[in-house]
Each structure stands twice: as structure tokens, then as C-alpha cells.
Design a protein around this ligand. Sequence first.
Ligand SMILES: [Zn+2]
Length: 703
Amino acid sequence: MSQDPYSPCFCGNGKKLKFCCQDILSEMIRVEKLVENQPDAAEKLLRQLLTKHSDKEVVVTRLSGILVNKGEYQEARTLLVDFLKAQPDEPRALLALADVCLNTDGFGSSRRIIHRAFQLGSRQYPRSVASLAVQIAQEMARRGCAMSVREHLALSIRLSEGEYRNSLMMQLANFESQRTIPYPFRGRLSLLPVEVSEDLQKDEAVARKVSQIGCWEPASIIYRRLLEKDPNNGALWFNLGLFHAWDGQLESAAKAMHRAAELIEEFDGAVEAETLAELIEMDLSTNTYGVAQHRIPVQSVSELLTVLDDAELLARVEDPEEEGFENGRVAAEYEFLSEALGDEPDPNSLPAVKGDITIVDSDDEAHRVALVVALDDDVDEVAAAFREAAGDLAAAAEEGAEATHLSRLPVECRPFDWKVHHINKLGGAHYRAIDQTRLTAAVEEWKQAAQGRLDNQAPADAAKDEANHRKVCASIFVLGVVANRMGYDPDLAQLRSDLGVPAPVALDVDENVNLTSLPMLQFERVADSELTDAQVVEFANRITLIGHRRLLGKALELLVSRQASLEEFSPMRAHLLRANTARENNDFELASECFEQARKSVADDPDSFRTKLELDIREFSCRLDRPDDPALPDLLASLRDRYFLKIPEIEEVIREELLSSSCEHLLEILEAAPSASGTLWTPGQADPPPEGEKSKLWVPGQD
Ligand SMILES: [Zn+2]
């Protein structure tokens, strides 16, 4: 604390000390010394000061801060309210009161005071506003208001700097990569430009300005007044919808967005508004299904596993995930199947998995349990079947004991929620082919199933009437969002063409626009050829973060067609992502080509020996998705010849890969003597890594 009378006052209000708090300087220095280790003494001192200096903001906020730390919110609130009666516009007291109210009553009942604090405090005390915005974002996340979470985080980033800003950017990136949140809500949404008559322009500008500092209720109040005078302005309704959504008022947001969709003339803009309205309604809907769990005490775990291994409908998981349990360890995992597997299961009609059963063993008897997890409709049946199989080794059901709900999903997700019994030796490619078939079937069913949002018509029927085209296109987007959440990205352009609704008009993005700020729904429409090299990189980075396989495929094709963009993005990363996308599409020829391009891209690196080894193992691991791939034996022999002598531990890595893919038939190739070419070290070849470096080797499953 500077004691120079002409330096700015320690209370932070910008005045010089001499004209501000000089009379309490020595007491406040004592308070600061005490506050850390003797908060009670600091509190006592502040209370004494308060009797004479109840008009001093710094005394009031310091004392309220100590009270808040002690959990005495009520007294802190009274103190601040009393102070604000005399000085209603004091920003720090307002910010402190907003903080107290937010912590005690939640955002809903504190909106007014919070927005007032934002309005009066954001210019001088941006950091305090940012920290309130982060707390609101956390509350909104608990309430499931994703758009509000994102916008409050973005607000806090706008208002902060340095390390704090970086940590907020990380929080935002983390939010944006969460698959359970509809992807259009994870990207930025921006206010539309509006055309209003001259007498309304000033108010419209004020609304935008207060929106910039997070005051979305004040902004919506101004907009409501504008809409009384200009009720058929679609852009006004759209922006009002955003204000409400950012403010966590989902019902009002959905209504405004629906209205915008009716009024906006441009077809694609209207479809986007309708899609947002429907996604918001999906978040509000109680029409959900869930995953639930029964926790059943068990005993004699090894005996139990023997019994369960013999049960007809239970299949032991071949390599269970290594989950940690606080008081125990996973002894085994089982799938509860829809029908018995039999000795020769047909790979094309494998039973469905109705439930998962994890057996947790522990040294402590009380923590030996079976965790039975299934959809809420099935969980009781699966638990009963488990008890029957386990007999005396599992505790009997308690009267009235109900399953614990673990998560809930919108009912729209249900047609895309399946799990097929997994047999390692069938390979990843086989299961992806099954998924693809099921996805196609689910989309076909979707076309024919009546939907509330289409006035109880099926999309295929509704699409016959042009008047429904906006809603049908929005429904297609909603389908895409739901499928994305479940891990699939069907071809929406194909679907539009199948249903005979208009294709989206290509969006010509101005070269100054950063693609990161483009609404996610518009990524479908971006005109590839018009993008600058920098925008192509932004496109690819954005989609990689959001996680959308079909759009990622588009971004990567674009990236490899532009040398400058590719260099900027990192050729190695691009080729690997492309190989992975090809693998996900079961296009192994393309995947091999991508690995080859990745190898070429690192040819000149000093570290290329290790990178190439890594690429070889990745490609091998990818090929194991088809255990009967005729190229596998040669690939394996070449790995053996090139690496085993130089880096013996590679053999173990490969062996484990083979075993975990049930490719025992290839093990003999490992044991064959390497051919002579591998033993010779010819000049000009990259050196193998020195001893001690080898432990850094990439192994499958690491990324
Ligand atoms: Zn002062």
C-alpha cells in the first residue's frame, strides 16, 4: 500500500489518497496484515471503523468479504444493502452484493442486481465482472443452459487478460469439445444485423451495447419495446431469442426463435432459427430416457466369476477398461445379452447388449459389489437376471429399492443408441459396418416416423408440402445434432435431396471473417473454394475441436488440397487425422495412402526414425481392424525385419496388439528369423534412437 498522499488511493476508486481514504490508512494497513491469519481481529477492527466511516466503500466491502468467507451471507448482504441505500451507484459495493446474492439465491433471483453491477462495473472493474460471469456459467451448466454457459464464458474472456484469460480460454475449449452438448450450442452464435426505422435505431444500438457486457435481460426489455412497434421483424425476434437464451430463459428463447423462423425471409436463415428453437425445446423437454444402476453386494468373488462365466446370457468382456474404484478393483465385466450367444455366433446378427455388469472386488467385504448398469426400462430385469445367475453369492433385492439414475438423454437419441456384443476377433471394421447399416436403417425409420414438431406428420410426408420445407430442414438438422451426440454423422445433404427439400445455399464467407466465429450450423454451407488459406486452417481446427466426423472429412480434403494451409496446420497432424477418418469410414486404401503421405512429410526430420516407426505401428494397428486383411502378414514381416533387431521392445508392443485383437494366427510371423536386409545398417539411413530414448516410443492406445 503506497502511503504517498498523491498516489492513487488503495481503495481503487482512482482518486488520490490525500482526497480519499487517508484518514483510515493506518487502520486499513493493520486490517490487511491481520486478514490472512487473524481474520477475527481484522473483522473486529473493521466493525470499529464502520461506526465512524459507514460511507467508506472499502470498509464495507472488506468487511462483507470477511463475512462471506465465514459463510455469514445474510449479514454481508444487509451491510451492503444499507451502504447502497446511501450510494446506489457505487460499483464495487454493487459487485460485492451481486456476488453475495448469486451465491445465496442463484442467478434467477439475482439477475437484476447482477446486471446493474455489470452495467456500472464493467468499465472500471472488468475482472470482478468476469469472475461473476464465470460463476453464472457454472450455474448455467448445472441447469443445462448450454448457450448461456458459452456466452457467459465468452463474456468473461472479453473482460479479462493475462493468465486468468488463458485459463478461461481453456475452460471454453473444454466446453466446446463436450459431445453431450448439441454442437450448434458449442459454437458462437451472433446477433443478426437488423433494419429498423430511424426512430428505433438508437434503442436498438443501446440493446447491442448492453448485450456486449452480458446484460441480457435489459437488452431483451429494450427489444420487447422495439417489437411492439415493429412486430414482424424476423431479425429482431432472432436476436431477442439469443438474448433470452444467453440469459438462461429457455422458454422465452424458444418462442422468439420460432417466431423468427416464421418471419425471416431468407430460407437458410429461417431454417437455422427454427433449428435453434427446436434444440432449445429438446433441452427443455422432460421426454427423456436414462441410464440407471443397481449396486448389489456380492461375496466370494472368484467363485462368483466361475458361476457367471457359465450363465447363458452373460458374456465376459475380453479386455475390460481399467477403471479405478476408490475401495476396490474391477475383477471382471460382463455384458447381459438379449439372447444366448451359442457356440458359433453369426457375425451379422450378434445379440444386443442390454446391460453391463461390473464386478468390483475389494479386501473389505463391504465394498465387494456388482454394478448393474442398463437403460432405465431394462435395469430391473437385468438386475433380477444377474441375481438369479449369482444365486446365494449376491444379496437379495431389498423391498422397494430403486435404481440410481446416472444420466438422462432426450428421447430423440434413443433410435441411435445401440450396443452390439463385441467379439475382438471380428475386428473394428466389422463393427463399423454394422453401425453403418444400423445408422442407415435408423435414418430410414426417422423419415417415416411422425414428429410433434411437424404437426405429427412424418418427415417424408411433411416434405411433400412446400409450406413445411423450413420445418423439415430444421428437423434434418436436429437429426444431425442427435446423431452427432451418439457418435454418428449422417449425410444431411443426401437426406435433404432424398426428401426433396432445398439444398442449403453455399455461403460465401468474407475473407476477413475468422471462421472460428461462424455459427456451427453454417459450416455445412461454407463454399470451400472461396476460403482463404488461413480460413481453411481455422475451419479444420474448429471442426477438430467440435468433433464432427463428416465435416472433419470435408475440412481435411480441403486442407490437403492447399499446400500453404497444410504447412500451417501441420502436415503430419493432417495426414494422421485423415488416416483416422478414412479408418472410421472403413476406407483402408485411403488410410494407407494417408500414412504414406505422413511418412513423406517427415522424411527430412532429424527425428524421422522414431516418427516413421510410430507411423508404421499406427498403420499396423489400423490394419488389425480387419484381422483377415491379406496384407497383414507382409506388413508384420516388414515391421519385424526393420525394427526388432534395432529396438527389441517393439516386439512386445506388437505381440500385445495381436493378442488384444485376437490375431493369434499371426504370432508365428513374429518368431520367424528376421530376413537379412533388416540386420544391415546402411549409411544414409536415419539413426535409431539412442538408449534411454526408447521409453518415449508411442504405443497404440496412447492418444
Ligand atoms: Zn479511497
